[in-house]
Design a protein around this ligand. Sequence first.
Ligand SMILES: [Ca+2]
Ligand SMILES: [Ca+2]
Ligand SMILES: [Ca+2]
Length: 443
Amino acid sequence: MTNRLPFSCSAFVLLVCSSLLLAACDSPTGVEPVDVELEVRFSQEYGGEPATGAEVTLINVESQESYDDTVNDNGLISFQDLPAGSYDVEASLTYTSSEFQDRFGTLPESDEVSFNASQRTVQIAEGVELPALELTAGSFGNLVFKQVYYAGSDPLEGALFRDQFIEIHNNSSETEYLDGLYIMSAYGNNNPDRDEFVQPNGQFDWNQSIGMPSTIDANEDYIYTRWLYQIPGSGQEYPLEPGESVVIAQTAVNHKAPFEGNDGDVIEVEDPSLTVDLSDADFEVYLGDELDRPLASDLDNPSVPNMIPYYIFGTDLIMDTSGRAGYAMFRSDTPADELPRYPSPISREIRDNTTTYIQVPTDLVIDAVQVQPAPNDQVPPDLQDALDAGFAFVPGGRFSSNSIIRKEGRQLGDRTVLQDTNNSSDDFTSLDRAEPRIDAPQN
Ligand SMILES: [Ca+2]
Ligand SMILES: [Ca+2]
Ligand SMILES: [Ca+2]
């Protein structure tokens, strides 16, 4: 009797050891593999039916390892043996116009219609049920963001952020008049750890903002301005031909050369190759007449028309150099200063100095691009899937001289059509050095 106890103990220990060893073999990181099943369907607007044939990609945020498959006839898709962890989930489906007509009964305006859905940084673990993905097709504008140079260049050797610019391209076959076009950066929550007044994806729950009407969907149907500028003109002053682009500069000077700031000091640049010449930009932002203490580099180039400021952030056309932003362009019959404004949901009382943000209907948006610091370092997205189901980023991060640039979609004669599926993860790549009006890279 006394002998049996030690024996059975060691057998027990052996058994536990071998199953630990087996588990360790399956998954070297010690994380148990997980099976997940996902439902993918069209949004209610498109009938809510199973989205058979949609491609689904799961990207492990930590390792950037990706897993993809196609949705079956029941609208389901399953993945086996995934390492537990945080994932980006993306679904997409493109119909030709005749496939779209067969399915939905109407002929779309474009040759193709792309549907997208995404969920960012979703935790996948044993027993976790993922919400269904709902595919939606945003609209596809005649004008698109071609290049956004938000990162800026080296603070010591380059031009810091004063050389930022945005390039807009006419993706259509008709002349587009830029007069009255609004350009904005969206305001949102950049703190992934915030747990109050946010939606499940971490973005602000604007429905909780003080004064928000309960009759609207403040999260799905609107975006909110971090800054907002408008191209001037009375209607037909600024034509843009098909396949051509314009550059909107923070400040339209040659940043590759020294220049005198508005405080009389010379602004130097040590390594001109890190920055850009924006002296022939098509538009610029100039806030010298708006601010008591303008930015030293904010000069007014008399030969470059100034954007009309509607909502100023900082001291110039300032883009987040880390890439925590969404950008959108829109047109509105209601002037932007007559659109409603609301405080962020974290403002719990309204005082004279409470910041309010202009509320822009997503229906008005012509094109948009979500930017992120990096695939493994994301903030809650400012833009809904219908505007941008993915994101663009620059590999070098802030002050890297990198820009994001939309890829060439196809060439129609002389005209370059840029790729726009409303998924910037696919549509954009990056340039090592930003360069205004450079040809779009081929896909
Ligand atoms: Ca400026
Ligand atoms: Ca000017
Ligand atoms: Ca788009």
